[in-house]
Ligand binder design. Structure first.
Ligand code: GDP
Length: 289
């Protein structure tokens, strides 16, 4: 289903309807179908029903706009920008295949002109191809990459990348990480070790933990957000593969239940396919407004 047809279906639900119990039940089902988690979907429908009664809303547009305002209260937006005068480290997290390595490269290109001293750290030492991939991105983009051998200690890679970067003054280290969620305890231990290095090397407040989520994976992505948020804490999300999904409800439940904001959206494989997240645009697309 294309992005448009899901939004059209959701919007179609509102036309020529009596806004009764049955309508709000159908709306709950549609929200769940659109990747809003069940708990949040029920809550949204209840609030919308209550507010519609209280405000005597009866027209299609009025109800849709009320729904939009509820969704906007839930979806959270973060402004992330490195400070060229500081030691910034951004640790990019996520399970295999979500688009972490690609996102590190995209961020590098995005911020290269603002922070000339940018270094990419190939700290996904578990997946051999990730090191190669990042090195290729670095040479394509003219950005320095620090890497060690396959299988080496990722925390040591981050340590070296931070030393290389900050020995020249302030700058930005963008670090890839491995994402073996099936071995959760090891992953958490490894991430916490990297986390300690980053906390030590970055200026206070300039170490960011950024989680990459694949928009096509719906409630699995929600679960990943919960796990990473518990393990190390997540400052912001990058939503990838938004070009390949019909539904955008995921960020509604993540904002509501985990209070984690989104900073960037990626909609393709090219280096330029990354945009600052705009919650209003996102909600409008979800509702077909
Ligand atoms: P990692 O295992 O998390 O590091 O994932 P990769 O960065 O290797 O990406 C996995 C695949 O997803 C690659 O084929 C990427 O080109 C692709 N990919 C990453 N981001 C996007 C995106 O926003 N849209 C699309 N269509 N593909 C993406």
């Amino acid at each position: 289903m294309g992005k448009k047809s899901f939004a059209e279906k959701l919007k179609g639900l509102f036309s020529g309807k009596k806004y009764d119990r049955e309508f709000f039940e159908e709306l709950t089902d549609s929200l769940i179908e659109g990747d809003v988690g069940a708990r949040t979907a029920f809550e949204i429908s209840d609030i919308l029903e209550e507010r519609s009664k209280k405000k005597h809303l009866s027209k299609e547009d009025e109800i849709l706009l009320e729904l939009k305002s509820i969704l906007l209260e839930y979806v959270k937006e973060a402004e992330l920008f490195p400070d060229a005068e500081k030691n910034n480290i951004w640790m990019v997290l996520g399970v295999n295949g979500v688009g972490k390595t690609t996102s590190v490269a995209k961020l590098g290109k995005y911020f290269k002109s603002a922070v000339e001293n940018t270094v990419l750290a190939a700290a996904d030492t578990f997946r051999a191809a990730a090191i190669e991939q990042l090195s290729t991105h670095g040479s394509n983009l003219g950005i320095r990459v620090v890497s060690h051998q396959h299988g080496s200690d990722p925390a040591a890679v981050v340590f070296d990348a931070a030393s290389a970067c900050f020995s020249k003054g302030s700058g930005l280290v963008l670090t890839d990480t491995a994402g073996r969620l099936h071995n959760k305890e090891n992953l958490v231990r490894e991430l916490q070790k990297i986390d300690r290095i980053c906390t030590e090397k970055a200026d206070e407040g300039f170490f960011k933990r950024i989680l990459v989520l694949d928009a096509t994976t719906g409630q699995n992505a929600f679960r990943q957000a919960e796990v990473f948020n518990e393990a190390v804490g997540v400052d912001a999300i990058i939503l990838t593969k938004y070009d390949s999904t019909a539904k955008g409800g995921l960020l509604v439940s993540i904002g509501k239940e985990l209070s984690v904001p989104t900073a960037f959206v990626c909609d393709g494989e090219k280096y330029d396919s990354i945009k600052k997240f705009d919650s209003e645009k996102y909600v409008d697309e979800f509702l077909g407004l």
